[in-house]
Each structure stands twice: as C-alpha cells, then as structure tokens.
Design a binder for this molecule. Sequence first.
Ligand SMILES: Cc1cc2nc3c(=O)[nH]c(=O)nc-3n(C[C@H](O)[C@H](O)[C@H](O)COP(=O)(O)OP(=O)(O)OC[C@H]3O[C@@H](n4cnc5c(N)ncnc54)[C@H](O)[C@@H]3O)c2cc1C
Length: 437
Amino acid sequence: MITKKTIIIGGGISGLVSAYSAIQSGSTVILYEKSNQLGGLIGTKYSENGLVEQAANGFLNSSSIEKLTKDLNLKLLKPESSSKKRRFFRNNKLHSLPISIFALLRGIFGFCFINSEPNLDENMQEWSQRIFGKDFTEFIIEPAIGGIYSTELELMYVPSVFSKFKFYNGKSLLRNLLFHFKNKKKEIKPNLRGLVSFQNGMQELIKGLHTYILNNSKSKIHLNSKISNLNHFLESNKNNEIRICTSLFETIELIKEWELAKEIFPKYDICSFSYQTICTITQFGMNTIFPYKAFGILFPRNQNLFVKGVLANHCIFKGRVKNLPYSETWIYSGDWLNDATETSVKEIFVKERNFLLSKLNKLRNNDPNRKIFLHDIHIKIWKNAFPIYNKNLYNFNNFLDEIEFICEQKGNPIRFYGNYRNGIGIRSLIENAMISR
Ligand SMILES: Cc1cc2nc3c(=O)[nH]c(=O)nc-3n(C[C@H](O)[C@H](O)[C@H](O)COP(=O)(O)OP(=O)(O)OC[C@H]3O[C@@H](n4cnc5c(N)ncnc54)[C@H](O)[C@@H]3O)c2cc1C
C-alpha cells in the first residue's frame, strides 16, 4: 500500500494540528518551518517569578480539543472559579455594566427586533450602532470585540468576522441565533467548558504536538526551512497534498508569484491588506491594579489610554506566579506600534500603570510597594500578527476557496489554514485544521 504524503508549510498551531490530523488519517507528514522553533505566535517563557505567555494564554475548549489533548497525553487546566469577573473601565472607575439602563434596553431591543443582516457597505461599527445603539456599541461591543481582534470596529466587516454564521434577511440577531443553534449539528459537550490552558502554559501543547509528529517514524520536521518559491515547490511535490499554514502576511508573500493565483487574483479586486501589530507586556510585582480577584479589565476608546486590556494572571490559572504575588499582562495594539520600540512602549505602560494603580487600587505615591513593580517586565511586539477582518479579507478568502476547489479538481489538493481564514482564536484554528476540507 502506498502511504499518502502531506506537505505542510508553517509550524504554528495551525500547521502542527494539520500534521496531527494528517497522521491520524494515515498520511506521512513533511513539515517546513522557517524559524528555528515550532509554535509560531504561541510560546511560553519561564521567568524566575513565573510563567510568561508570549501571545495566547488560553483558549476555548471543545470535545474535539479534548480528544486531541487526550491523544497527546496532555492534561487541560481550568481557570480558578474566582477569576470570572470581567470589568470595563470608564470615567476612572471599573464597571460590570458601563452603560445606562436606557442604553441597555436599547441594546436588548435591537438584539430582539432589528434586522441583523449586514448591509453591503456597512462596517462593523455602523452595523453594531444600527442594532445595539451608540453607547452599547462604544462601551460594550467595541472593547469586547477589540479584546479579541484588537481592531477598531469601523475597520471591520461583519461577514468577515462572523464568516461561519448565516444572517437571514429580515431576522433579528436573536432569531438568527435561535435558528443557527436549532440547525447546528449536535456537538458532544466537553467535560471542561470555557477557557482552558496547561499547567506549564501553552508551550505544552506545542511540545505535545511536536512529540506526536516525531513519534510517527516516517514523518519529518525541517526547521530553518523557509519555502519561498511556490512554483518550484509545487512542481517538486506534484502528487502530494499541500497545506499552507502561515500568517496572512506570509501567505501573500508565498502566493504572489504563483501562476495559478495570478490568473484568478484580479477577479477579486484585492488591492491591499491591512494588518494589526500587537504588543503584550507581562509584569510581576508586589502590587496590582486589580482591587479584587478578576479575569481582566477592558478599556473602551476615548478613555485617554492606549491600553486595550489587562489580564490578572495571578487570578486566572493556578501556579502562574512564584516569589512575587502578582502578575499582569497588558495588551496594546494599533498603528502607533508599527514604529514603537520596547523602550517607548514601556514608557507608556509605566505611565498608564501608575495612573491606574492610583485610580483603582488607591496606592499612594509614597507607598513602598508602588516602587517594586518594575521588577520583572517582559515585552513582546508582534508586527503584522493579525489581519484586519475587513472586506478585502472576506474577498481574499473567497479567492482561496476558489483556488482550493480548482486544485482539488486537478488532483493536486492545496489548502490554506490560519488566523485569516475563520477567526483568530485557537479553538477555531484547531478545529479547522482537524477537519479535512
Ligand atoms: C498577543 C496575542 C494574544 C493572543 N491571545 C489569544 C488567546 O488568549 N486565545 C486564543 O485563542 N488566541 C489568541 N491569540 C491568537 C492565536 O495565538 C493565533 O491566532 C495563533 O497562534 C496563530 O497560529 P497559526 O499557526 O495560524 O499562525 P502562526 O502562529 O503565525 O504560525 C505560522 C508559522 O509559519 C511559519 N512560516 C511562515 N512563513 C513560512 C514559510 N514561507 N516557510 C516556512 N514556514 C513559514 C512561521 O515562522 C510560523 O511559525 C493571540 C495572538 C496574539 C498575537
């Protein structure tokens, strides 16, 4: 019997799970990763004071993820129950509901009764304001969506963000949701619901997948192996299935000189793509901005702060701090970061943290604990980490679907996986990579 071969470009979570699923279906895998390590955006550092996640610190669980982790012999870690509270910062205070009762009623009304089908040229902010009203959008939807996509709503396109969700004309969001869940295939519920991670951080998942691939004696991983010329690469891998598992930025680099892509590309009128740069700052210390146990704080725009969100690492997963009692991760995003350096971001962080410390946790300038917080800081700037989920990206995904279809017909299957296809969250990346499309 001839064993199928699957060639994978990219060793982030999408590439590694793709490799796992190809091996599960009886294929041999050859994976090429351009850097000297696996994981892509995911990576955990172990500082003397605790664990530092470079990007994702957890992900939503599902029954297929539970199967994957079982196969990899990994134990999922659930968050502390006391970390449930999420707060919004507005007018120098923390709120569980940062809007008036009238704005809330307006939001509920829109959710139940207003036609939720997006208009052709409506951006996400216009869509949200039409349905939920202005305040609900500004103080709840924007920080919540911004917390996931780190992007301003006016730059986003609803069908691109909710690509798996069908909006029916004339139906409110509530009716669309009810219809969606009624027709959704019954999924087996996972044992652990909601957010999960691993005792030693997200790196455990990367290590587990790495070991799984290496244990398949015929499969191979090539590090420091950048694939640049897709025309040559496809020519030398004619009868194998190819899975491209790189970021949008890197995918464009890969396919822009590809003959087949050039043929179809103009039809979609894709002129430019926009990306989001994201920075995380994890800091350990003797004090915290959090006045009580919580998951994190979201920051609406117009609060005169750059920060988008702060996570209370010492509350979320057990065992994340040693020596010092507190750890926070601050998340920044926006165009201003494109020219920023670690030093310039750190200056902003120190200023904003001092401000929030005085507003939220009432530490005074002469409090001795106030000075110790700069003890252990880890800054990571991810340039072009995410695509902006706009109309161009929506068209580009249609274009990739068409390419996948043509290649399938020709008997040379090529598939695209990654955080520009169906959402940026690890759960959807894992689930997409596990389904043989
Ligand atoms: C700050 C931050 C926080 C986040 N937090 C969360 C969270 O809490 N929960 C959550 O679910 N998600 C989170 N995410 C999102 C999630 O981490 C990413 O969407 C996901 O890790 C992307 O994985 P990927 O494999 O698709 O792409 P990547 O991680 O970008 O991997 C692509 C890989 O391909 C390699 N590559 C690229 N080009 C080539 C080439 N030509 N040849 C060979 N190899 C190549 C790259 O080196 C890289 O290793 C976060 C992201 C960021 C940046």
